[in-house]
Each structure stands twice: as structure tokens, then as C-alpha cells.
Design a protein around this ligand. Structure first.
Ligand code: GUN
Length: 291
């Protein structure tokens, strides 16, 4: 079986059109949703994520408040910036780009964000609400994965989902969200990680694989069954002398080989990536609607 490729860009575009209409309705009421983006340091990958987020905000009419801070900023100074955004009525969402430089205490910063403005869904209050199935801001990448599955017509209810990777940003929350007793969920979820013995034993049983390990070729064709649905969350740079910038982006899945066995598969780039930013816009609009 040769897979249908899930077009994340198109799904994201459809969702952004819906959000644009919501922003227009809010503007009629005199409300402009505002997102504060806080980037500490010069990490090139983080800078390009943040630029993409700011551009996406502009495109749908969200006010983007850009805060680029030096890598040597003190914990106190960073906490003061977060506090200022907590108290700014123009700001509905606050995003602190992770990872922070090693000298800073990430947990303390995330805990300082007002949970009502935590559009990343990383505050322990929102994480707790998500786990018990209460309404909360859902973290953007896992929520994007759930939306991508739903909008591609994939039956998740009763399916065996194998998640590969246990990060706080993707693996753990997506495993939790898909096992909720809810619409677009109700899956049987197996969470594999670096200490899993014989990973292929589990991935071969999967109806749906979510690869979020952060390593190229984590999922190869011999590890999957025919007809599997594959969502590739990985974004890895591999050297490529034929490209002007000297590298290309690949996911965690051996795309060319796995697509010959899968029924549906996401590419990298153009799969999950555009959905992450879209769900950030979604949370920011929702926060403005709640305010
Ligand atoms: N770094 C990688 N992914 C994310 C994300 O979704 N949000 C934030 N704040 N930082 C990230």
C-alpha cells in the first residue's frame, strides 16, 4: 500500500481561516487578541520558530508583542518581564520559547505565567487539568496532532496508538490526550521511550504511530504493519551539501520506505509543524474570547 500524504499546511490553512473570522468578530467588539512571545538568547532553531509564530499572528490579525532578551539575562529580570505581561491587559497569551539557556530555572518561569494566559499549556495547573480531563489550554504540538488525525478522518476511538518519546512537550501530553474518555480520543495508548526493550514489538502492533523521539530513522519500514497511520513530530537537521544552507530537515521516520506500507503519513516539513503554530493561535484567540 502506498500512503496518502497528510497535508498539514492545508489543514493548518483551513483552521487559520476559521480563526481569522473569529478575530474579526472580536475586533467588532473592540478586542484585539495579543500574544507576548519571549525569546531568550540566540538559538537559531528557536529564532526561526519565533519568527514563524510572529508572522502567523500578523496574518490572522493577532497583536504580536515581541520580546528578544539577551542570553545572560538574570532569573529576576526574566521573571519581571513575565510579571509585566501577566498584568498587561493587551496581552491574552504569553509564550516563553523553550529551551531556556541552562543558567535559568525553566520550571520557575513556567510557574510564574498566569494560567489564564498560558497559551502553551505548560503551567502545572493546565497540565493537571488536562490529565483529569478538565477544560484547559492544551499544549500546541500534541493538540495539533489530535486535530490532524481528526481532520484527516482517522478513527482514533479504540485504536492502538504507539507514542515514541516521552518529552513533556509532546510524548507525555499526546499519550494522555489520546487516552482521554473524549471525542477524538479513547485510544489504547502505549508509550515507548529510550529504555523500552524491543520497540519494534510494540510499533508493529500499532494502528497509529506518533514519532516524537527527536532522532532520524527511529521508525523504519520493518517496524510497522501494513496500513498504519504515521504522524511524524520529529524535526531533525541532517547535513546536506547540496542545499544552500548546508542541511535539510527530516523527521523521526524513514519517510520514503515507511510511506510504502502506511495508509496515511505526515511529511517533514509540512506535516505537524504548521499545526503547532495554528494551535497557538487557537489558544490565543480562545484566551481573548474568555477575557
Ligand atoms: N520549544 C519547542 N516547542 C515549543 C513549544 O511548543 N512552545 C515553546 N514555548 N517552546 C517550544
Amino acid at each position: 500500500m502506498a500512503a496518502r500524504i497528510i497535508d498539514g499546511k492545508q489543514v493548518a490553512k483551513d483552521m487559520r481561516e476559521e480563526l481569522k473570522a473569529k478575530v474579526a468578530t472580536l475586533k467588532e467588539k473592540g478586542i484585539v487578541p495579543g500574544l507576548a512571545v519571549i525569546l531568550v538568547g540566540e538559538d537559531p532553531a528557536s529564532r526561526s520558530y519565533v519568527s514563524a509564530k510572529e508572522k502567523a499572528c500578523e496574518e490572522i490579525g493577532i497583536y504580536s508583542d515581541d520580546n528578544r532578551l539577551p542570553a545572560d539575562i538574570s532569573q529576576e529580570e526574566l521573571m519581571a518581564v513575565v510579571e509585566e505581561k501577566n498584568n498587561d491587559p493587551k496581552i491574552n497569551g504569553i509564550l516563553v520559547q523553550l529551551p531556556l539557556p541552562g543558567s535559568l530555572d525553566e520550571s520557575e518561569v513556567l510557574l510564574a505565567i498566569d494560567p489564564a494566559k498560558d497559551v502553551d499549556g505548560f503551567h502545572p495547573m493546565n497540565v493537571g487539568k488536562m490529565i483529569v480531563g478538565e477544560k484547559s489550554f492544551l499544549p500546541c504540538t500534541p493538540h495539533g496532532v489530535v486535530q490532524l488525525l481528526a481532520r484527516s478522518g482517522v478513527e482514533v476511538d479504540g485504536a492502538h496508538v504507539v507514542v515514541v518519546g516521552r518529552s513533556n512537550i509532546v510524548g507525555k501530553p499526546v499519550a494522555n490526550m489520546l487516552s482521554q474518555k473524549k471525542e477524538n480520543a479513547n485510544a489504547t495508548v502505549t508509550l515507548c521511550h529510550t529504555r523500552t526493550k524491543d520497540m519494534a514489538h510494540f510499533t508493529k502492533q500499532a494502528d497509529i504511530i506518533i514519532a516524537a523521539a527527536g532522532r532520524p530513522n527511529t521508525i523504519t519500514a520493518d517496524m510497522v504493519k501494513d496500513g498504519v497511520v504515521v504522524i511524524d513530530v520529529g524535526v531533525n537537521r541532517v547535513e546536506d551539501a547540496t542545499r544552500k544552507r548546508g542541511y535539510r530537515l527530516v523527521g523521526d521516520v524513514d519517510f520514503d520506505a515507511v510511506k510504502e506500507k502506511a495508509s496515511l503519513i505526515t511529511p517533514v516539513p509540512g506535516g505537524v509543524g504548521p499545526m503547532t503554530i495554528t494551535m497557538l493561535l487557537y489558544n490565543t484567540v480562545e484566551s481573548a474570547e474568555n477575557s
